[in-house]
Design a protein around this ligand. Structure first.
Ligand SMILES: Cc1cc2nc3c(=O)[nH]c(=O)nc-3n(C[C@H](O)[C@H](O)[C@H](O)COP(=O)(O)OP(=O)(O)OC[C@H]3O[C@@H](n4cnc5c(N)ncnc54)[C@H](O)[C@@H]3O)c2cc1C
Length: 562
């Protein structure tokens, strides 16, 4: 068994985790930064290639209160105002800090270039050209980490459970995937920065590491989850032909620049059937575009892979080259010639608005347990504005790191208790019946079930079916991890992933079933329209193997943005 100790343990090394580690070390703590994949390369941050929302006022006058007003409006009354304010107010600090660390934000005429994205009232989004935002951000943070001796970075460690003693978080246990050995991690404070859950869905923009581990870890440790029903779908995710090394949501900025035509199988522009004629321009909002594509496919007018065509073939080649820059060559290497052919696009699960409930210091209701980044729920309410997620990762990462460092210093000792870790360690050292279960088939079924029954458009019948089947699948998975503790035992890894994914899927479906209205990313075909009596947050807890849900009036913003 491997034993590790630190003042602050950060679980997950995406944008939020790396920023949290830097902040905690800056405040004088020894930090352990752990990831199930490679440090700074495993989650959504490195994949994001586009925009970062921040009220810098470089392109036109702006103030964080305007950004906040747009964020609250997009959240449809369900944002946690304190978290939303923290995000908008502190984003400029973090973006300027990243600039000083030479991330390479695009510049024009000596100022940072800011572009307009849907839902923002002005040009507010910075980026690194061309489609390089995520890689540049991750590289910059990794470079900072390398300079700080107080941060110990360890990849290939899957955190499987948190250790709680006397009602307080005191550490975690996990599996070193390379050796198969179990790991204990003692810490005075802990930060969950494990990103989102889009792997639950058949079509998604995420990576294999985004199965919602952090939500399950938090829930089992006694924390609350908030508004788990709000999964954001991105309408024009790439579907076909196969494309390697590119962001699946990359078509968006090119639609801003060039319009492009969204077509059905008959070659018709169809947006006007759903209330917004496009005529080659990009005017469809995300929810309408998602609905329109779904309905065209349902009516048998979908593209061969089950989506819609996106065509730039009417745009002169010189204009295409100017807009796409070097990306046009990367597309050519994938066999995609935009002057000659359309691509196929479809709605894909992209981001999770729900998540771990925290206060404005990023602390959960379990003392010493903090969360940051996409793992946190509530800041974006029922719908997130484009560009807010990366700002959120930086801002919440920095805040969580600072608060966790203060807590670690105040505590003195970790309060680690070996006995408290025993049930989790015993669980990891058991060997379930490998022949009894086909984890690969269960994973595929789970993703299909979530896509078909708890996707962007939901009904009571579909959600009830999903909930029932999820419970059966949990029974089929069993309670002991399949396979042994050999190195890189993929069966065991799939089993552990499924344990979390099934729990988190139940959270999404249960909350979606309970919310009998349509709001933001949660659309109930049997309850169309947003209802004032549903200005409520839904909170989930887990006790003795059972989920329970309660409602709480949504908090109202304390001040009005100008
Ligand atoms: C393709 C794509 C494009 C996007 N584009 C944009 C954009 O242009 N603008 C924007 O604002 N947002 C965008 N987003 C969203 C944004 O990138 C994410 O919300 C944000 O980066 C999340 O950062 P994070 O640090 O919270 O999580 P992540 O970056 O996802 O990092 C989480 C880390 O936790 C690790 N982890 C997970 N579980 C465990 C475990 N059990 N044990 C140990 N480690 C674990 C993972 O391996 C991963 O490295 C995009 C997302 C995707 C997928």
């Amino acid at each position: 068994m491997i034993r590790l100790e630190s003042d602050v343990l950060v679980i997950g090394a995406g944008g939020a985790g790396m920023y949290a580690a830097i902040a905690a070390a800056r405040d004088g703590c020894q930090v352990q930064l752990i990831d199930r994949s490679l440090i700074g390369r495993g989650g959504a941050t490195v994949m994001a290639q586009m925009t970062v929302a921040v009220a810098l006022g470089e392109e036109c006058p702006d103030h964080w209160e305007h950004h906040l007003a747009d964020t609250l409006a997009a959240g449809r009354g369900l944002c946690d105002p304190a978290l939303a304010q923290l995000l908008c107010e502190n984003a400029p600090l973090r973006i300027r800090e990243m600039d000083a660390w030479k991330v390479g934000w695009a510049r024009e005429n000596g100022h940072l270039k800011q572009v307009h994205a849907p839902g923002h009232d002005r040009a507010r989004c910075v980026y690194v050209d061309f489609l390089n935002t995520g890689p540049a951000v991750s590289r910059t943070l990794r470079t900072q980490l390398n300079r700080i001796a107080a941060i110990r970075r360890i990849g290939d460690v899957l955190i499987t459970d948190l250790v709680v003693h006397g009602g307080e978080a005191v550490g975690a246990v996990g599996l070193h995937l390379v050796s198969g050995e179990t790991v204990t991690l003692e810490a005075k404070s802990l930060i969950i920065a494990t990103g989102g859950l889009t792997r639950l869905y058949r079509r998604n923009s995420g990576s294999l590491n985004m199965g919602g581990d952090g939500y399950a870890l938090a829930l089992r440790a006694g924390a609350e989850l908030v508004d788990m029903e709000f999964v954001q779908f991105f309408p024009i995710g790439h579907l076909a032909p196969r494309m390697i090394g590119m962001d699946p949501i990359m078509w968006d900025p090119f639609r801003y620049k060039l319009g492009g035509r969204l077509l059905n199988a008959k070659g018709e522009e169809f947006a006007d059937r759903y209330g917004q004629a496009e005529a080659g321009n990009y005017v469809l909002t995300r929810d309408v575009a998602t609905y329109a594509i779904f309905k065209e496919v349902e009516a048998g007018r979908g593209s061969p892979a089950g989506g819609a065509y996106l065509s730039f073939a009417h745009v002169p080649e010189a204009e295409l080259r100017k807009a796409f820059g070097p990306v046009i060559d990367r597309l050519a290497r994938n066999g995609i010639d935009l002057t000659q052919m359309p691509v196929e696009v479809a709605p894909i699960a992209h981001y999770h608005m729900g998540g771990v409930r925290v206060n404005a210091s990023m602390e959960t209701r379990v003392p010493n347990l903090f969360a940051a980044g996409e793992a946190v729920g509530g800041a974006n309410g029922a719908n997130r504005l484009s560009g807010n997620a990366i700002s959120e990762a930086f801002v919440f990462g920095e805040s969580a790191g600072t608060a966790a460092a203060a807590r670690a210093k105040a505590r003195g000792a970790s309060g680690w208790n070996a006995r408290a870790a025993l049930p989790e360690l015993d669980f990891l050292s058991t060997r379930g019946d490998a022949a009894a279960i086909n984890t690969a088939a269960l994973l595929v079924e789970l993703q299909a079930l979530m896509a078909d029954h708890a996707g962007p458009f939901r009904t009571e019948a579909k959600l009830k079916f999903a909930l029932q089947r999820l419970a059966q699948m949990q029974g089929e998975l069993g309670v002991l991890p399949a396979g042994g503790s050999e190195h890189y035992n993929m069966l065991r890894l799939d089993w552990l992933d499924l344990r979390n994914m099934l729990l988190v899927a139940q959270c999404v479906v249960l909350a979606a079933l309970e919310r009998e209205e349509s709001r933001g990313a949660h659309q109930r075909e049997d309850f169309p329209g947003m209802l004032p009596q549903w200005d409520l947050n839904q909170l989930l807890t887990w006790r003795e193997g059972k989920l329970s849900l309660r409602r709480s009036p949504a908090k109202q913003p304390g001040r009005t943005a100008q």
